[in-house]
Write a protein that binds this ligand. Structure first.
Ligand SMILES: C[S@@+](CC[C@H](N)C(=O)[O-])C[C@H]1O[C@@H](n2cnc3c(N)ncnc32)[C@H](O)[C@@H]1O
Length: 222
């Protein structure tokens, strides 16, 4: 199996199950025009996040890593009118693109972008004692994941779902000898999750237009 096959299969499923979506296509085009890197989730992955948020009955969603707001649009679309998405981004240029994309999608009323290092913003959210989030999507710098996960646990409730993207690291996650900081952080994250009695978790490898990768899902135990 090759990348070409994975692209064709993703295109087939996306065509059948998602189709033409002007707001998301405009968001991707605006991110392109602004020169943002091509590291947003794929359409079928965005839809998965959307369905997970709907299944959770999520009223409050936290995202770590906004980029141009592509996954934020998918997530925010699952919210009820009184729902809230807070998405954290370190790069003001990315946040600016995301703000425009969320506004074009009619989601500025439910989505809020907080600019700064996620570690600081997460600490502020904890200190503020905000209402717990029903779903957290972690998709920023991979070195920060152990800390982001720990904060996510402080910011959720029994029954909440925490999703972490890009956990496979090209297969290197299974390599205990790797010295790549993103890999060692990913392994540390899974040590933390494995030892954490408050969650039940699994990880799934994926292939598609994004290549070979995977997600970890952790549900906070009821
Ligand atoms: C993979 S992209 C997010 C993609 C987005 N979730 C999507 O699928 O549309 C990662 C984003 O995290 C941001 N980021 C990196 N380090 C960060 C940090 N320490 N705090 C907050 N955001 C950070 C990057 O600037 C980038 O925009």
């Amino acid at each position: 199996m090759t990348q070409q096959t994975w692209d064709a299969v993703d295109a087939y499923f996306t065509d059948r199950l998602i189709g033409h979506d002007p707001e998301l296509e405009a968001a991707a085009a605006a991110a392109d025009r602004a020169g943002l890197p091509h590291i947003a989730v794929a359409p079928n992955q965005g839809k998965l996040l959307h369905l997970l948020a709907l299944t959770q009955g999520a009223r409050r969603i936290l995202e770590v890593g906004t980029l141009g707001g592509y996954s934020a649009i998918w997530l925010a679309r699952a919210l009820p009118a009184d729902g809230r998405l807070i998405t954290l981004e370190i790069d003001p240029r990315h946040a600016e693109v995301a703000r425009g994309n969320l506004a074009r999608a009619g989601l500025e009323g439910v989505a809020e972008i907080r600019i700064g290092p996620a570690a600081d913003t997460l600490a502020e959210l904890v200190a503020d004692g905000v209402e717990p989030f029903d779903l957290v999507f972690i998709d920023a710098d991979k070195r920060g994941n152990p800390e982001y996960f720990a904060r996510a646990l402080e910011l959720t409730r029994p029954g909440s779902l925490i999703v972490v993207d890009n956990v496979v690291r090209g297969g290197a996650v299974a390599d205990a000898a790797s010295t790549d900081p993103a890999v060692t952080a990913t392994r540390r994250l899974h040590d933390v999750i494995a030892a954490e009695p408050r969650v039940s978790a699994t990880s799934v490898q994926t292939v598609g237009t994004k290549g070979y990768d995977g997600f970890t899902l952790a549900r906070v135990r009821s």
